[in-house]
Design a protein around this ligand. Structure first.
Ligand code: ADP
Length: 628
């Protein structure tokens, strides 16, 4: 003690020059000297500590152990840092504990043993350490993948990765260390995010990008990478910190959203979204903007009422009330939309209540029904046209019915005359009982035969007509000599000839074979020959001419009869039509039309030339060989 007081000036000089705290303790563990750094550290005034037991600077719980330690130490008297790597604590006058480090130096002075303790308050270092520890723990346990790359080494290798990064990529720390992180992109290098990151690195700035990366197992994940450069005191970038986040899920949602918004925008229908209360448009798709002619900026200041010339606000609000009040799920109505250029078009409006965040909105899908309207109008026109056609057809049908009625009365008339003449002949026949009256009997028998034949013809015509109309005709094509039919027809016709009438038979037809429907040829030819006889006066010639014309045969029946008045010629082939100069002769107006239709059905044709009071030529043109 004495000695220290004696040398206190020297001690003072020496000890005040250093920043560590100095405590000198004697063998009794009494403090004999302190420097101001020690006083400050422990919170005592100058001179206050001297003479006190060392233990007042030691937290209570360590005191006993400590006292023993110091004792042993003094006895062994060797220099060593205190604490042996343990955490030492001191206690300030205020009772506050603080971490410290101490180095102990025993020495002898004037025969007494002292220990000089050099004390450093390491509270600050500890707190920095703690902070660093926390930070490093934070890095380690962060759920984001964290990487640190060395910007000064060639190809910027990874020097740190955390567990989350290993988990994110599926690569272990060892596999990643020392590599450039681009290996995560595999061959998928051509990405805007990669380009942007490269640029940021070149320019030494931070950036945030989204990049497609591939895990060790090859699966793709979207990596949101934020890189930040770390600079040294000279401003040189030494490291890059990368924070990586798997945003695959978000990206998927984003892509889906994008997809839906694309559908929304690209829909050919017009889609509008407007506020259910203010009615103002919130969004309008491209299809709608295109058709309506307003821009989106213009639209968001408008309401659906502005597009609907037939609506005012009150009416529109009333219309949408059921969906706004949720009484119904959707409503539909037709109206007209007016474009910016003033033109308008018919629309079908579909409205539905929806929710945009907190906001009640109405989704409107608008169908442009111009086409449909046009179609309806067209349909209406078609219906009108068809109705007209139908009523015309009905008229024709009526006319036909009348014709039929007329025909029936005609037929009954046609039957009546021959039947009464048959009856007369039979009555007369009964009277000629004498054998020399044979000639008279023959005459009446002949009349009866003729009349029966005539009736048979009418009936045949009638049946033929019925079969033609009901489509029940079956043709039977055969090869037969033309002369066969001509002979039969001419033979039969001879019996009908009037006085002095002659039929001129065709030349050179003996070796003409014809492939046709025999019955039809016979029907047509006999019809034409009978007409020629009927509509020619006595003492005239009826000529049957046959000409070969390539692969066709032309059979003409030429008469010198009453001819057909020019006005009536166009109707001659109409069913039941009879020319006005023929009305005195018996007839039904069926024969020609039947003949023509049958011939045409079989690929043949029939036409005529005629001059009133001069005569007529009816010609059939028949293919020599028709394919079945
Ligand atoms: P129909 O002889 O029973 O009246 P057709 O159909 O055979 O019926 O003839 C229709 C009409 O054509 C006849 O009523 C007649 O006016 C006219 N016609 C036909 N053939 C001749 C002919 N050879 N000469 C003059 N008129 C004819």
């Amino acid at each position: 003690m004495q000695a220290f007081q004696k040398n206190s000036d020297i001690f003072y000089l020496l000890s005040e020059g250093i920043s560590e705290g100095i405590l000198v303790v004697n063998a009794k563990q009494q403090i004999v000297a302190t420097n101001s750094a020690a006083q400050e550290m422990f919170g005592y005034k100058k001179g206050e500590l001297e003479g006190k037991q060392l233990e007042i600077l030691i937290p209570g719980r360590y005191r006993t152990v400590h006292e023993q330690h110091v004792k042993t130490f003094i006895e062994k008297s060797e220099k060593r840092p205190m604490g042996g790597g343990q955490n030492l604590s001191g206690v300030r006058k205020s009772g506050e504990e603080f971490p410290m480090e101490a180095g102990l130096n025993p020495f002898q002075l004037y025969g007494a043993t002292y220990v000089m303790a050099l004390i450093i308050d390491i509270s600050e270092r500890k707190s920095i350490e703690k902070e660093l520890n926390i930070k490093s723990e934070a890095l380690k346990s962060s759920i984001n993948g964290i990487t640190i790359t060395d910007a000064l080494l060639p190809d910027r290798p990874v020097i740190y990765t955390n567990a989350a990064f290993e988990q994110l990529t599926g690569y272990s720390n060892d596999e990643i260390m020392g590599k450039n992180l681009r290996f995560l992109q595999g061959t998928d290098r051509d990405q805007p995010g990669v380009e942007e990151m490269q640029k940021a690195i070149d320019e030494g700035r931070s950036c945030q990008v989204e990049v497609r990366n591939y895990r060790k197992d090859g699966t793709l994940f979207w990596n949101e990478i934020s890189i930040t450069p770390i600079r040294d005191e000279n401003g040189t970038v030494t490291h890059y910190i990368g924070i990586q986040d798997d945003i695959t899920k978000r990206k998927k949602i984003e892509q889906e959203r994008l997809y839906w918004s694309k559908i929304f925008d690209e829909s050919m229908n017009e889609i509008f979204v407007f506020d259910a209360h203010s009615l103002q448009f919130i969004h309008v798709n491209q299809g709608a903007l295109k058709n309506i002619g307003y821009s989106l900026e213009e639209m968001v200041r408008m309401t659906p009422v502005d597009l609907k010339p037939d609506y005012n606000e009150a009416r529109f609000r009333k219309t949408i009330e059921p969906i706004v009040k949720k009484r119904v799920e959707k409503i539909e109505f037709e109206t007209v939309h007016e474009r910016k250029d003033g033109s308008s078009y018919p629309v079908e409006v579909h409205l539905q209540l929806s929710q945009l965040g907190e906001r009640a909105v109405i989704l409107a899908v608008i169908l442009d029904i111009t086409e449909r309207k046009n179609y309806t109008e067209k349909l209406e026109r078609t219906v009108a046209k068809r109705t007209k056609q139908l009523s015309e057809a009905l008229e024709v049908e009526k006319e036909l019915n009348e014709l039929k009625t007329r025909f029936l009365s005609l037929v009954s008339h046609e039957f009546k005359t021959p039947l009464s003449s048959i009856l007369t002949s039979i009555t007369l026949l009964a009277k000629y009982t004498q054998s020399e009256q044979q000639q008279k009997r023959d005459k009446h028998i002949e009349t009866i035969k003729n009349k029966v034949r005539y009736l048979d013809k009418i009936l045949n015509d009638f049946l033929s007509l019925e079969r033609l109309e009901s489509g029940k005709v079956n043709y039977k094509i055969d090869t037969f000599p033309l002369s066969k039919v001509v002979n039969e027809v001419v033979y039969d016709a001879n019996m009908l000839l009037k006085a002095g009438q002659k039929i001129q038979y065709p030349h050179d037809i003996d070796d003409i074979d014809i492939h046709f429907e025999e019955k039809i040829l016979e029907l047509a030819l006999s019809n034409l020959v009978h007409n020629a006889i009927k509509y020619s006066p006595e003492h005239t010639v009826i000529e049957v001419q046959v000409n070969r014309n390539g692969n066709t045969l032309e059979i003409s029946i030429i008469d010198e009869g009453i001819g057909i008045p020019e006005n009536d010629q166009k109707h001659i082939f109409n069913r039941y039509f009879r020319a006005k100069n023929a009305l005195l002769d018996q007839g039904t107006g069926i024969g020609l039309s039947i003949a023509k239709q049958h011939l045409e059905n079989l690929g043949a044709s029939l036409w005529f030339e005629s001059e009133e009071n001069k005569g007529s030529t009816f010609t059939m043109q028949i293919p020599i060989s028709i394919e079945k």
